[in-house]
Design a protein around this ligand. Structure first.
Ligand code: NAG
Ligand code: NAG
Ligand code: NAG
Ligand code: NAG
Length: 458
């Protein structure tokens, strides 16, 4: 009898352990150091990608402020490739808090007002995501990233079964113009076997969709905003354009002429202007920060560096890492953009605009939006690409180019093609639109989630 009871007891205990291991219970954040009192739950931790537990991705999940189980899930991905959705997306853009000194302050325009926000540090080697064998950081490419992100999502929903039936949206910016359409295509493929995901829309902010169009719109942007002279504009469009420069650079075959043109461009544009928002001042202390793949020559440039400093300090606190259930494996410090990830940079040249077309054809709404002060992936290139895609898909304009409103001001411009494809700008916004224009970004995001037109009046 005693033996049987023990058996039952150990079985119960075993089942309990199994449940805790695969459930979200252990990932619940009791409180982040310095956070204000809030009425929503947060979770963070790891989702292991492989059986041997060698590769694992870190996520941060913020439930919606009101009635989370009736709200959609939004997966947010930052670009780089190699930059952190936790540090940039959650703590500088659209998350509930922003670090300020020793505390976290509320972001009034947090997107968890409208959705459950899932921030993923991807690919492997970014932020707190890690592999136990560092060979996993080598040769990471778009394919590997998309597959890992899909496996992550499958396993994340096992941890959070209560969210299984919720609508899923995916949004992000910059190089996520590769990650998101590629992941969405894989989701659609996977759904054709078994309907696991309720994908209801994707939003791409200042995305890299077609390398040459996106990159070559930089010259005109610089020129029309007074960052380069007439003569340099000519050099930068006829002698060596930016797509040629980047293409040579990543092949290790930089020609003397392109090198010359870029050095003139760099000198005129100045490293004391933030290319991710040409109207923003730079944070002088951090001008010499990390490089970005999208700006290979400008190893001194970065996005909002002062907020980044706050985030770097905050996420490197031991008590914060403990509260987040985060581990640093093979690294001493959490970094905004990975320095161990060795990404296949030439994947930059893979056009993803056709994948965007396939997603529209599958009946999924797509929004391409642009912070209009960004010179790295300027609005003009994105607008051209969306317009061309609409023509290819034979979608006619359902809502002509017009302004939209946030508060009592113009929030930007928008055009809609057919029922599913739209383009919008966010006026006065940077490459990281929700960072510099949080209110306007939230208005845009809300109408995207609800599938409603952007406000035509105020
Ligand atoms: C790491 O992975 C590589 C490539 O798969 C393999 O050759 C190597 O033995 C692994 N190292 C360890 C320590 O497991
Ligand atoms: C990615 O996967 C596709 C389809 O399997 C394949 O055709 C392509 O060559 C792969 N690309 C890379 C860079 O591995
Ligand atoms: C999800 O929907 C399916 C089919 O409508 C239903 O059988 C299942 O119980 C739902 N699951 C949850 C967790 O709500
Ligand atoms: C950029 O340069 C490449 C190589 O010289 C050329 O093929 C391409 O047409 C140029 N693009 C633009 C927009 O000028």
């Amino acid at each position: 009898m005693a033996f049987r009871n023990m058996l039952v007891l150990s079985l119960v205990f075993f089942l309990y352990i199994m449940k805790v291991k695969s459930s979200s219970v252990g990932d619940k954040i009791s409180e982040l150091p310095g956070q204000p009192v809030v009425n929503f739950q947060q979770y963070s931790g790891y989702v292991t990608l492989d059986e041997n537990k060698e590769r694992t991705l870190f996520y941060y999940f913020v439930e919606a402020q009101v009635d989370p189980l009736s709200k959609p899930i939004l997966l947010w991905l930052n670009g780089g490739p190699g930059c952190s959705s936790l540090g940039v997306g959650a703590f500088s853009e659209n998350g509930p808090f922003r670090p300020s000194g020793n505390v976290l302050v509320r972001n009034e325009y947090s997107w968890n007002r409208e959705a459950n926000m899932l921030y993923l540090e991807s690919p492997i080697g970014v932020g707190f995501s890690y592999a136990t064998n560092s060979s996993s950081y080598e040769g990471v490419n778009d394919n590997i990233t998309a597959r890992d992100n899909l496996v992550f999502l499958q396993k994340w929903f096992v941890k959070f079964p209560q969210y299984k039936n919720r609508s899923l949206f995916i949004a992000g910016e910059s190089y996520a113009g590769h990650y998101i359409p590629q992941l969405a295509e894989m989701i659609l493929q996977s759904n054709s076997k078994e309907q696991l995901f309720h994908l209801k829309g994707i939003a791409l902010g200042n995305p890299v969709l077609e390398f040459a169009t996106d990159f070559n719109s930089r010259a005109e942007y610089f020129w029309s905003h007074g960052l380069i002279s007439d003569g340099t504009y000519k050099l930068f469009t006829s002698t060596c354009n930016y797509s040629r420069y980047v293409s040579e650079y990543y092949r290790g075959s930089l020609s003397p002429i392109c090198s010359k043109v870029m050095s003139i461009v760099n000198q005129e544009t100045s490293r004391f202007v933030d290319k991710y928002d040409v109207t923003l001042d730079v944070c002088i202390s951090s001008v010499f920060s990390q490089s970005k793949v999208l700006n290979p020559q400008q190893v001194t440039e970065t996005i909002d560096v002062c907020v980044e400093d706050e985030t770097v300090n905050y996420l490197n606190r031991r008590d914060v890492q403990k509260a987040l259930h985060a581990r640093l494996v093979g690294l001493n410090r959490w970094l905004v953009c990975s320095n161990i990830l060795d990404y296949e940079h030439l994947d930059l040249e893979i056009p993803t605009i056709s994948a965007v077309g396939n997603i529209v054809k599958a009946g999924i709404p797509v929004l391409v939006y642009s912070g209009d002060q960004d010179s790295v992936v300027p609005l003009t290139g994105s607008r051209t690409l969306v317009h061309k895609l609409a023509q290819q898909l034979a979608l006619s304009t359902s809502s002509p180019y017009r302004v939209w409103f946030a508060g009592m001001q113009v929030g930007g411009w928008t055009q809609v093609y057919g029922d599913l494809l739209s383009f919008a700008t966010i006026r006065g916004a940077s490459h990281e639109a929700p960072f510099s224009q949080p209110e306007r970004s939230l208005v845009l995001f809300k109408s995207f989630l609800e599938g409603k037109p952007l406000p035509e009046t105020f």
